[in-house]
Write a protein that binds this ligand. Structure first.
Ligand code: F6P
Length: 341
């Protein structure tokens, strides 16, 4: 059996840990051969594959990014995409794929699986918005980085009695904002799932200043004011139809300054949340995902995604996992109401 491994979409810490564990178990226990597909689906369109063996995955467990490269290529947006994918697999004698991706890459995998390509999905993303799994790897590292940033911003905010707005990633889900905001003791946490009232935010900021605290506002890049619209970096769409988010943090700081007459500044964490070494939890989760994905391949259980449920790794149908994104439910957000404002 020859297995192709690919990493697609935005990178995240832990991708290399999956590649390593899948290759280690596949080679050592099942005598599989492996190839790495370069740059996500792009490598299958361009027949860009590289040999992958135990020596090529040695030492990569703590390394951020992906040794295979990644892209936001959607095979179905390219001429004869499906045929070209099939041709590359045939030309390299690849029997099955391990596809490591988020909602977009796994969405394409779902369709390719329907078209008869044997593959197993592995959920990754700092956004934690893939359904069917309690957590994606990459998320814990991103939350750790954002929490450390918030901790640091508290002290400088207090020194200058300023409001500091921290914009975090997450696309249209508020997982990073909520987890890092709660862990970092933020006073206002704004998530896409709950359109916010700018008057209320300013009132909460004022109340913090009144009791001599400098407020920290954590805002998810996809958060939207009740009266207003999504703030985007630019309107161009990627191959999966997504716009580039970011800008809501700057907008908020300007509004807070203008309405409260207090100094307010913004920190946009951006790709810092995605780079660098994975946390121990992400290394552990990614390693388990890789081991279980290769077991699924071995058993011919294709069209599924490995997932974390409680402390177990289970398999869920890809079609189910990619039907809709996992968002923050209202009761979870409300659970922390005592800390808001
Ligand atoms: O999906 C991960 C993510 O980091 C999102 O949080 C963010 O909106 C997007 O990717 C940014 O993508 P890019 O790196 O392509 O600008």
């Amino acid at each position: 059996m020859k297995v192709g491994v690919l990493t697609g979409g935005g990178d995240c810490p832990g991708l290399n840990a999956v590649i390593r564990s899948a290759v280690r178990k596949g080679v050592q226990e099942y005598s599989f051969e492996f190839v790495g597909v370069r740059d996500g689906w792009l490598g299958l369109l361009k027949n860009d594959v590289v040999p992958l063996d135990i020596s090529s995955v040695r030492g990569i467990l703590p390394r951020g990014g992906t040794i295979l490269g990644s892209s936001r290529t959607n095979p179905f947006k390219h001429e004869n995409g499906l045929e070209r994918v099939r041709e590359t697999l045939a030309a390299n004698d690849v029997d099955a794929l391990v596809v490591i991706g988020g909602e977009d890459t796994l969405g394409a995998a779902t369709e390719l699986s329907r078209q008869g390509i044997d593959l197993v999905g592995v959920p990754k993303t700092i956004d934690n918005d893939v359904s069917g799994t309690d957590f994606t790897f990459g998320f814990d590292t991103a939350v750790g980085i954002a929490t450390e940033a918030i901790d640091r911003l508290h002290t400088t905010a207090e020194s200058h009695m300023r409001a500091l707005v921290v914009e975090v990633m997450g696309r249209h889900s508020g997982w990073i904002a909520l987890h890092a905001g709660v862990a970092g003791g933020a006073n206002v946490i704004l998530i896409p799932e709950r359109p916010f009232d700018i008057d209320e935010v300013c009132e909460q900021v004022r109340r913090r200043f009144e009791i001599n605290y400098a407020p920290i506002v954590v805002v998810a890049e996809g958060a939207v004011p009740k009266e207003g619209q999504l703030v985007v970096k630019d309107r161009s769409l990627d191959e999966y139809g997504h716009v580039r988010l970011s800008g809501i943090g700057e907008w908020l700081a300007q509004e807070i300054s203008a309405r409260t007459e207090k100094d307010a500044r913004t920190t946009v964490l951006g790709h810092i949340q995605r780079g660098g070494t994975p946390s121990p939890f992400d290394r552990w989760l990614a390693t388990r995902f890789g081991l279980h994905a290769i077991d699924a391949v071995r058993q011919g259980d294709f069209g599924c995604m490995v997932a974390l449920r409680g402390t177990d790794i289970v398999r869920v149908p890809l079609a189910e996992a990619t039907a809709e994104n996992k968002v923050v439910a209202a009761p979870l957000y409300d659970e922390f109401g005592v800390f808001y404002g």
